[in-house]
Design a protein around this ligand. Structure first.
Ligand SMILES: [Zn+2]
Length: 493
């Protein structure tokens, strides 16, 4: 079977329920992977993440002919509502198998399956099968308990081998909310990239599409707010125009006639996605049938990245949620500041000025307080030992390690003012974060130099420090009282 026939999403991106046949089962590192005759599950490729969903054994119709899927397939052509989920029918609960990842290997689509429920998912199958937490309550009567017991046994039995058999007929169900969201993000990216290129000459060098955010990288060094706004508006106008989006496979001859935004990365099975009037682009992804279904495009962030600009954006419901969150946040902050949203910028500026002024006043008061405290220490705790004015003091409250140094310098200055020319030794001690910090200041002719105080005390307490004869500092992993006692013991009496 050819690539196009095997991958049903190529011809109908709205196909979310299909019938198929198991072609191959493989165990890989304890994981079970199956290949189907045909599949509407999108495998991770071209930047678009894989689909998830379910497989259900469809009652042994293994002689279905290829192409028969049209009979039971259910599409969502005119129904972009992600809540309109495809759900498995009333089958045997044991037949429902989760598809938790889909990848391409050697050109074929492989489905990672499990009979375990994926964690923390709103799971329509669980309600049919009665497997949710507190499961018995979801299906009435003894049949529920029996179904749950059977399921438990089934999970245990299936850890060793594949729950599906080759040749078995299955129905596949795509998690439509997830798929439609990716279709919106993906097509929004096409539109946004085309507008950036056409309006700003900015080429998209890479893009990321994930569960939480989408972004494109542009080959421009900067992007002004004004240019960004112009591009975002034009991209949204393309959505409002609701132009058709078509996908088709083309021959090399047809390809030669086309002007593509980006050269295709493959040489066979080249699929061109056309957004009518905007662009032709080689792409194997899934897209809605018209641009209007993208909903809206909202750029949420721009940043410089590797010599270019990264543009983070959201489309469809994601854009609506991001916009709603932003509006809520603005209203919340405006209410807190007692202004209307329109006056928020002015209110923030005034608040910032108040904070700045408050900080300036606080620093001023703090400096005055420190000066008074230093004078108090100098006046009341200084002793004269062999002609040197000696001040050894502990700072009771330490906001900042630098406070020890500031107080030592300020106290030394007060001492010099009160006793000009007299030799002095000032040592300040302060405890912070389990360490005691020591700063020593000494003048010529004092009974001890600053560095000899530090050397005499700190190494013996497991600490270290250094400096010169007039200024030295260090710290030790012990209490202020232990350091104080050591200093007093080291000084001559
Ligand atoms: Zn695409």
């Amino acid at each position: 079977m050819g690539l196009q026939a095997e991958r049903l999403y190529y011809t109908n991106s709205y196909l979310r329920e299909f019938s198929s046949v198991v072609e191959e089962c493989q165990e890989r590192d304890g994981e079970t992977w199956v290949r189907l005759r045909e599949s509407a599950f999108y495998p991770t490729s071209g930047g678009q993440p894989f689909d998830t969903g379910y497989l259900q054994v469809s009652g042994g119709r293994s002689n279905d002919s290829a192409g028969d899927h049209g009979g039971t397939a259910r599409a969502a052509q005119a129904d972009p509502d992600p809540q309109a989920q495809a759900t498995p029918g009333d089958g045997d609960a044991m037949d429902v198998i989760n598809v938790i990842a889909v990848e391409v290997e050697n050109g074929h689509v492989w489905h990672h399956i499990t009979t375990q429920r994926p964690p923390a998912r709103q799971d329509p199958v669980a309600q049919v099968a009665g497997l949710a937490d507190g499961h018995q309550n979801l299906v009435a009567g003894p049949a529920a308990a029996q179904a749950a017991a059977q399921q438990t046994q089934a999970v245990e039995a299936q850890t060793a081998d594949c729950p599906l058999k080759v040749g078995q007929a299955v129905i596949g169900y795509i998690d439509w909310a997830r798929r439609f969201d990716f279709m919106q993000q993906h097509s929004g990216q096409h539109i946004l990239s085309a507008c950036f290129e056409q309006m700003q000459g900015a080429n998209t060098t890479s893009f990321h599409m994930g569960d939480t955010y989408c972004s494109i990288d542009l080959d421009v060094v900067s992007l002004s707010e004004e240019k960004l706004r112009d591009v975002m508006w034009e991209a949204n106008r393309w959505i409002w125009r609701d132009v058709p989006i078509r996908a088709r496979f083309v021959s090399q001859a047809e390809l030669a006639q086309m002007q593509l935004r980006k050269a295709p990365s493959v040489t066979e099975d080249i699929r061109i996605v056309t957004i009518e009037g905007l662009e032709d682009n080689a792409c194997g992804g899934t897209h809605p049938s018209s641009s209007g279904q993208v909903g809206q495009i909202l750029v949420t962030k721009t940043e410089r990245m590797r010599g270019g600009v990264r543009v983070t954006f959201a489309c469809g419901e994601r854009a609506l949620s991001a916009g709603k969150e932003a509006v809520h946040l603005v209203r919340h902050i405006a209410t807190d500041l007692s202004v209307g949203p329109a006056d928020l910028a002015g209110a923030m500026e005034s608040l910032q000025n108040q904070v700045k002024e408050g900080n300036r006043r606080y620093e001023e008061m703090r400096s005055r307080y420190a000066s008074l405290l230093a004078r108090d220490f100098a006046a009341n705790q200084t002793k004269v030992i062999h002609g040197t004015h000696v001040l050894v003091a502990v700072l009771p409250i330490l906001d900042d390690v630098q406070d020890v140094k500031r107080m030592a310098l300020a106290s030394a200055e007060w001492l010099s003012t009160g006793h000009p020319g007299a030799p002095q030794l000032v040592v300040f001690v302060g405890e912070s974060g389990g360490r005691t910090h020591v700063v020593a200041q000494a003048t010529d002719g004092a009974i001890s130099s600053a560095d000899s105080v530090i050397k005499a005390v700190l190494p013996a307490l497991g600490g270290k420090g250094g400096g010169n004869a007039t200024a030295a500092q260090g710290s030790a992993p012990t209490s202020a009282s232990a350091v104080l006692a050591a200093i007093e013991a080291a000084l001559p009496s």
